[in-house]
Structure formats: C-alpha cells, structure tokens
Design a binder for this molecule. Structure first.
Ligand code: CS2
Length: 488
C-alpha cells in the first residue's frame, strides 16, 4: 500500500513553487469578510484579490463565512486554508495554490465570531456570493420579503441573526464611524441595488434612522462576475494530489477565462483589482445584463433540454449539433439584439467565445448543478429578454422553449425515465402544481407570481408559445424540438 500523502499546508509551500506565481508574497491581514464561501468565490474573487495583492500589496486577506455547512472549514482548516485551483482548458491543466483565504467561520456554529469579524474596523469590504435566494427579496415588490421565515425570525432577535440582511445590519450598526462596503457578487441584475434594498428595508423595520443612515452612507457597488466553476469531484481531488504531491481535501476546478466588472464605489478602499485584470467602471448594467442573458440564459436553456435528453454535462450538451444550433440562433437572433452594450463590445465575438467556453471538455460541468433554483434563475436570465422582445413585437418561441423545458424538468423524469432531482426553494409548491397532472400545467405554472410577472403571464403570445413548446417537447422530445426551433 502507498503511504498516505502529506497534507497541503503552509509548510509545504516551498515545495510547490511550480504552482505559485513567482512574485513575492507577504502574509496579509484580513481586510475582507466573504459571506457564502463556495467554489465560485474561491476560484473568482479570491484569485483576483490574491493577484491584486501580489501586484500592489495591501492587507486584503479574506475571512470566508459558510452560512450553512461546516464542510469547507473542516476540509481547509487542517491545510491552513490553502487550496488549489485546477485551471482546465482544451490545452491542458494548470494547478495553482491559492493563498488569499486566511480563515473560515461557520455561521450556525459561531455566529458571534462572524459578527466580530464583520465589526473589525480593519475589515473594509464584506462581499457576498449567497445565490439569488440568499437576498430574501420579494419578487412581487422588489423589496425585502418580510414573510420570509429567516427575516421574520431575525427581526424579532436582531442581535442573533441568521439571514444575510440580518448579519449585514447587525454588523453595520456598530460601524457608524467606518462602515464597510457591501459587495454583491451574485448573478442578479443590478445586484448592488437589489442588496441595498434588502438591507435598507430590513434596517428600516428595526429602526428607521438606521435604515436612513445605511441608505445614505453605505456603498453597495454592483458587479458582473464570470467564471465557470463546477462542483468538485473525487477525480478533481486525485488530480490535485497527482499535481501537488500532497493531499488537498477541497480543490476547485475552473476554466481559465475570468471576468469581473465592478462599479468603482469603495469609500473605505479596495484591493487593486484592476491590476489583476478586473474592469472598474461607473456603470456595470450593460455588462451584467449582457452576461446574465447570454451566458446564464443559455446555460439554463441548455441544462433543462439536455437533462430531458439524458445528457449530463454541458460539454456533452453543446457537442450535440441540435442543441448547439439552438443556442447559436437564440444568442444571435433573440438575445444579442436586446442588449444595450458599449460600442467596444462585439456581441457576436462574445457569442462565439461563449460557445467555445461551454464546449470545454475538461470541465465536466454538470447540467443538474445549473438546473437548480430555476424559480430564482428564470427571471433574470430569460424572462427579461422575453419581455423586451414582446414589447418590440418579436417572436419568443425559442425563449418559450427554454421555459417549457424547465416546466418539463419539474416533472422529475428525463425522456428515458431517469430521475431528475429538483433542488429549488419553491420545490414543494412547484411539485404540488405538477402533481395535478399535465392538463393545464403550463397555465398553473405561469400563474406563479414569484416567477412570472402578471403582464407576462397574461401575454397571449407568450402563453401560446410556451404551450406549443411544451406540447412539442412531449411529442417529439428535446433534441428533435431543439432542431426544429433552431431553424424556425
Ligand atoms: C451557472 C453559473 O450554475 C449556474 O446556474 O449558470 O454558475 C455560471 O457558471 C456562472 O455564472 C459563470 O460565470
């Protein structure tokens, strides 16, 4: 039997020079608390921050906060919070050891330590990747969802919060002299504006003066984040061990492409992210909307259709000529024309680059991962494009096909009968609607106000398009329907 490999940790770094940039590194103090420590943050913002520190210094070490589970902390604490990023493209793999993450707290176990970290005046940014549902917004009003169980709970006991707005407000109220900047890094349109609304609504309900102070004094810059970062598999752990010669309990696989567009509004300072390739701008809206509609809209479309056709990964899906043709047409004719983009932005090159990224065979990005939380993802990714096209009098049949594929996915079975797991905050409600049978299902689902705005659900062109796509999927299957819709 082989002896067990030593663990990745600070002591091993001198043996890992091939996996580290050549620039000198100084152990940084903590300057950022990040809520929602998932693979995406570890491969995206953490790497930009590390590169910014390598280029320009500064104490911008990251204290990650897991809001639910202890597994990331348990995996990374024994390795001094170091981990590897497995950067994979068609031309091979590069393994880089990441060092910007300097601690992890697990909120349910040590909530007061999380608040203490956020209250530390040396922390100048609290950033977030908590997914759409972590914002606790009411899609019907755009404001905070006061009926959300965590919000209702936190408003009764604000010193012991559990929700994201609850944590932010409990920390901000002690930082009146030196508030931190709140940086949303989730895939939501106008993510900073949405987060400001959630936090200010929550604070106002506790104390109107506190709400007014946050609204006027705390910065909530919006950002567009982009890097395809799948979940970690056993094969990834083996690949990390083979490359490093030591064991990494939680490496992160990722493509090499990365993009970060940030609204430059950081009154308390920020890392020199521009030296790491981020774009600092005064308005991120065109970038965020473009990326959400093109990349994420296509991701969701592809995921639901592919799962119905028993295709598991994004690269396998895009290797299917029918699905690829559908996405190409959808981006070219349906989505790109709705975008308002800077003059320097070439929509068709962006489309081609996306198709190449999706085809990356080394990533094995699972469609079921993208399919989760459809109730939260459909509106920002697809429904805005639908509304814009209807307003301008254009057909929406291909976008309706994406919505219909999600509806069929809710049925829980692929065309060959494979079980499809539904992971969604609205799962119980959606399952109840599906269990009433296929008759009238399209109408029942379009009636879910948390997802479909009333004007859209009442638009007969949209309803007819979804109904006919839903029927076509049932009759001809996902691939044949995709083929037909690609040329229609
Ligand atoms: C994906 C995104 O899981 C999903 O829903 O669409 O995580 C996507 O990979 C990233 O937004 C890419 O930047």
């Amino acid at each position: 039997m082989n002896a067990p490999l030593p663990r990745l940790n600070l002591e091993r770094l001198p043996h890992l020079r091939d996996h580290l940039p050549a620039l000198p590194w100084k152990e940084p103090g903590i300057g950022i608390v990040h809520l929602g420590l998932g693979n995406f943050h570890r491969a995206h913002q953490a790497m930009y921050t590390e590169d910014a520190m390598l280029a320009a210094g500064g104490d911008w070490g990251i204290c990650g906060v897991s809001l639910r589970r202890a597994d990331t902390r348990d995996a990374l604490a024994p390795q001094d919070f170091l981990y590897s990023v497995l950067v994979r493209d068609t031309d091979g793999e590069r393994v880089r050891v990441a060092r910007a993450l300097r601690g992890i707290l697990v909120a349910p176990e040590e909530p007061q330590a999380v608040l203490a970290a956020m209250r530390d005046p040396k922390v100048r940014i609290v950033s977030l990747t908590v997914t759409e549902k972590g914002y606790c917004l009411d899609p019907k009003t755009g404001g905070l969802d006061f009926s959300h169980p965590l919000i209702a709970r936190d408003l009764k006991d604000p010193d012991h919060p559990q929700s994201v707005p609850g944590y932010l407000v409990a920390a901000l109220r002690t930082r009146r002299e030196h508030p931190f900047t709140v940086l949303s890094c989730d895939n939501l349109a106008h993510n900073g504006v949405a987060l400001r609304r959630a936090v200010v609504d929550y604070a106002r309900a506790l104390d109107p003066a506190l709400g007014a102070w946050i609204d006027s004094e705390v910065a909530f810059p919006s950002t567009m984040v982009d890097r395809i970062v799948p979940a970690t598999s056993e094969a990834d752990r083996k690949a990390a061990a083979a490359a490093l010669g030591c064991a990494d309990a939680w490496p992160v696989p990722s493509e090499s492409f990365r993009q970060w567009v940030i609204e430059d509004n950081f009154p308390a300072g920020r890392p020199a992210w521009e030296q790491a390739g981020a774009l600092l701008v005064s308005d991120v809206t065109p970038y965020e909307v473009g990326k959400l509609r093109m990349l994420n809209g296509c991701h969701s479309t592809l995921a639901y259709l592919a799962l119905l056709a028993d295709i598991d990964t994004v690269d396998a899906a895009i290797a299917n000529a029918d699905l690829r043709a559908l996405l190409h047409r959808m981006m070219t004719d349906d989505i790109a024309p709705t975008l308002t983009v800077p003059a320097t932005f070439d929509r068709l090159s962006y489309r081609d680059q996306l198709l190449t990224r999706l085809a990356n065979p080394a990533l094995k990005h699972r469609c079921i991962q993208i399919a989760m939380d459809g109730s939260q993802k459909l509106p920002p990714r697809l429904l805005g494009t639908v509304s814009d096209r209807l307003r301008d009098g254009y057909a929406v049949h291909r976008l309706a096909l994406a919505v219909a594929a999600w509806m069929r996915f809710l049925g829980g079975r692929s065309e060959r009968g494979t079980a499809l797991e539904l992971n969604d905050p609205m799962a119980d409600h959606l399952r109840a609607l599906v269990s009433q049978g296929e008759d009238g299902l399209v109408e029942r689902l379009l009636g879910v106000r948390e997802i479909f705005p009333p004007a859209l659900a009442a638009d007969l062109r949209f309803v007819a398009s979804v109904r006919s796509a839903f029927a076509a999927l049932a009759k001809d299957g996902a691939l044949a329907t995709a083929r037909r819709y690609a040329t229609r």
